[in-house]
Design a binder for this molecule. Sequence first.
Ligand code: BYC
Length: 330
Amino acid sequence: MYAQMVKTAGSGVKDRDEMSEQEQDFQDRIDRGEKIEPKDWMPDNYRITLIRQIGQHAHSEVVGQLPEGNWITRAPTLERKAILLAKVQDEAGHGLYLYGAAETLGVSRDEITEDLLAGRMKYSSIFNYPTLNWADMGAVGWLVDGAAIINQVALQRTSYGPYARAMVRICKEESFHARQGYHIMMKMASGTPEQKAMAQDALNRLWYPVLMMFGPSDKESVHTAQSMAWKIKMDTNDELRQKFVDQTVQQIEYLGLELPDPNIKWNDETKQYDYSDPDWTEFFDVIKGNGPCNVDRMAARNKAWDDGKWVRDGLMAHAEKKAAAKVAAQ
Ligand code: BYC
């Protein structure tokens, strides 16, 4: 469905004199900072860009449960188990708010889920990396949720009302997630030498995949210019990545861990940290489906979809029965 819509859409940022009067009025609303609501007129491409981004975001929340869900039964204490369980449940909730936001644009959750399962939609590259040990639970909460917050705090001001409102609650929950991750890292970094080494190893392995979460460099990003003109995105990929690096370096130092990149250095002129780019060939390979866990993640999503068919069928049959009874009573 989404894929069909993309085929019929144009692309590229239009100059004002290329816009119809309706498109100019729409752009003026965006420029004035007004929120666009589901029943308002919007250009086809604005709708499609939102479905792509919100849908991909929703899929990421759901697939994102897998690397952490894998550790619930192996959490070291009852308290850690309860916290991790709550976090993973929150991610399912985020997926639901976001699928709800996508539905207001005219695509059902089933349709975009089928697009994901058929490889026509993406989810975040980060979830194609494995979580090998308990230190990874700390690093995922701290770094992955930390990166997500930086991206999502900005999205609270996005122009599409239902998306912006979903982000408010998601950001609050993500803050708790990041803190629980950092707390695990604090414990491990101040624990035995073996625990500290595990924390360091998790940071080293996840650092570049987390930098990739912000998307390709600005010169490679195909959607940024139009998405920023429509305030679907509020900052560029590189701007958000830099914000993440600047915030995280000090947290690494507080933990007493080594920086994962020897080129991280404060730059007095730019007033920010210099750092090394991730390997962009690896990034594009991962989003094409060739990361270490792509096959496993998609197999898990396909299995969940197939196993859940009887529930969806049951709910539909019940809804149809209720609707028929309502008609009969009229
Ligand atoms: N992974 O033109 P660009 C979470 C694709 S979940 C995969 O810069 P855009 C959490 C991009 O789709 C975090 N694909 O794109 C959950 C495009 O390909 P298509 C999820 C990526 O959209 C559980 C192409 O590359 N957050 O927080 O302007 C537990 C060119 O890119 C990625 C969101 O989804 C990637 N990392 O900018 C814990 C936030 N990056 O679609 C945590 C909302 C790029 O043309 N999304 N691509 O085939 C966004 O802010 C933007 O979509 C992005 C990319 C910044 C991610």
